[in-house]
Design a protein around this ligand. Structure first.
Ligand code: NAP
Length: 286
């Protein structure tokens, strides 16, 4: 498995986005554990999660608990970088609310530490800027968590170029990752991707296949992806991830999965080499 770097840690060039295993439409626990174990068997060493990946109000951290269980029952569990997040909440009515206050982030981090059963979180990401809280205050809380050793590395999510520079500054040059939406359907994070490339910060595209409800239709929605997929005899989803990986060595996509077949298909993108003409065709259309 090809590896890429997040801070000073080598991770599989494609990570597993674990959200579909805990929100609307989630599978039963047995299928989720089979999905997580299939990913670990195949060499995945990055799993993305969040305390807010749950469905009902009383099950905060459902996804983190699931991941902790999967890692504890696999012999490669200790090799995985678990990237979790704080700053979003799910009150249980389907909505996503926010709390980026330092007090919340610190309490949320403590709770994530307990659920993951670790002394320090491998990568802690501030989930989304909270318009009610100065960005510097939220990121300042993450800096304190880093200084206290509660987290080994700090990332941000849903940030614009100015926020990326500000966060890196507040963290004293220790920002290791930016997680933004990026897919054929959503290209407006190109400036953030380019900035991360320039600064040597990992860029983790979220919903890289267009999101849970649209991922399956990627080929029918974007003809060039279907066209290139046919030429290689692979899925359009695999082409999409190979296209992203080719954009910059800082890109580490985190496709979601709730079935072993889908994550295994996605991981094979690390072996798919697209020609310059194919990359140009995908760039021009996407
Ligand atoms: N930071 C943020 O604000 C934020 C927001 C959204 C998501 N995220 C993160 O990003 C991750 C990925 O995003 P996402 O899950 O929303 O969307 P996505 O990765 O674009 O799509 C996920 C869906 O794609 C399907 N899929 C995966 N690989 C496939 C393949 N090779 N062929 C066909 N179908 C395939 C999966 O189906 P099955 O379910 O059938 O396996 C899954 O439901 C999340 O899991 C989460 O960790 C972060």
């Amino acid at each position: 498995m090809e590896t890429r770097r997040i801070g000073d840690v080598d991770v599989s060039a494609i990570g597993l986005g674990a959200m579909p295993m805990s929100i609307e439409g989630r599978p039963d626990e047995a299928r989720s554990l089979a999905t997580l174990h299939a990913a670990l068997d195949a060499g995945v060493t990055l799993i993305d999660t969040a305390d807010a990946y749950h469905l009902h109000a009383d099950e905060v951290g459902h996804n983190e608990t699931l991941i902790a269980k999967a890692l504890a029952s696999h012999d490669r569990g200790a090799d995985v970088l678990v990237a979790t997040k704080g700053g979003h909440l799910r009150p249980g009515n389907g909505s996503w609310t926010q709390d980026g206050s330092p007090a919340h982030l610190k309490a949320a981090c403590e709770a994530s530490l307990r659920r993951l059963g670790v002394e320090a979180i491998g990568l802690y990401q501030f989930h989304r800027p909270d318009p009610r809280i100065p960005y510097a205050d939220s990121v300042g809380a993450v800096r304190e968590l880093l200084d206290e050793g509660k987290i080994r590395a700090a990332g941000i999510s849903n940030a614009d170029p100015e926020q990326i520079r500000q966060a890196d500054d507040i963290l004293g040059g220790r920002l290791v990752s930016v997680q933004n939406q990026f897919s054929p359907a959503f290209r407006s994070s190109e400036p953030e991707l380019r900035l991360c490339d320039e600064l040597g910060i990992a860029f983790l595209p979220w919903s890289p296949l267009g999101g849970i409800s649209r991922a399956r239709e990627l080929g029918s929605s974007y003809a060039p992806f279907a066209h290139v997929a046919e030429a290689h005899g692979v899925s359009p989803q695999r082409v999409c991830l190979a296209w992203m990986l080719a954009k910059s060595p800082v890109v580490v996509p985190i496709p979601g999965a709730s079935r072993p077949e889908t994550i295994l298909d996605s991981l094979a993108a690390t072996d798919l080499v697209l020609t310059a003409d194919q990359l140009a065709e995908l760039d021009a259309t996407a």
